[in-house]
Write a new protein. Sequence first.
Length: 306
Amino acid sequence: MATMIWNGAAGDNTWATAGNWEGGAAPGANDSVIFPAMTHATTTDVQGDTVATALSAVTVMPGCGVWFGSDAVDAAGTGRLLLSITGTGAKTFDYAGSGLAYISVTGGAGPVGTCTITNCASAGVGEYGLNLSGSLILDLNVNMPTNCKLGLACRGGETAAFTNIRVAGGGEVNISDGVTATLVQMSGGKVYNYAALTNAYVDGGILYQQKGAIATLLRISANGKCVYNSTGTCADCDVWASHGLDLSQDIRAKTFTHVDAYVRDAVYCPYGTGAAQIVTFSQGIDFHGCAPEGLTPDATWTASSL
């Protein structure tokens, strides 16, 4: 295991070219890769297929201007810089420089490995500093500063598969409907989710559910919030936060089979806004240790004691 430093001396901006690295050798298995501060590559993006080489870490230092991969990508991922996290141990990607990154990550033959994103470049409106696609990743951990934006399979035709997506920090994560994931767990930041999920735990930050349903459990802790702008049926929802389940921004029909509310204004569904709020609580709302407040006059609810 070695630390490999990019210098771009070969001039072709190709990952696999030995002359682009200090020491005259391209990175090998379990190596860590560093891109130090340097001028933006204006004509050629850093590209290449390293899927056969399982890296340990990729770091882009502050002051480094470089693009990884290309926006010109098809459904097969052509144009992406392909990186592998196959193998044991956590893999980390820290993009603190400028420029955009288009990365495809593979976990190999099955859900293995942990991929941690600790930074990505600032991006403009409609852009993501890091654009990530790939498959078969057991855990994706995202802990980015407020100005960072991560897009998961957000380009046309892309897909990505993760078992768990965990989001911390203050950054923004956009999850497209091309993503398959079992769990999204948040302790901070903003997540705009267009994918169908099994479970979502919002322990902090804001989850914007924009498409698809959270099929089994949506849990909103005291420091979290979910703005539910979607349709379908959520089987179970537990809410500890004031206005934690916000149904005010989307009037399409949606169903919550059962809701447990632990504060009186856990569910925000305003009455008299000029448009019908079509929400069905098919098994009612159980208020634990509190009484309902701010619900529509015909709301169905079931009182429950502590």
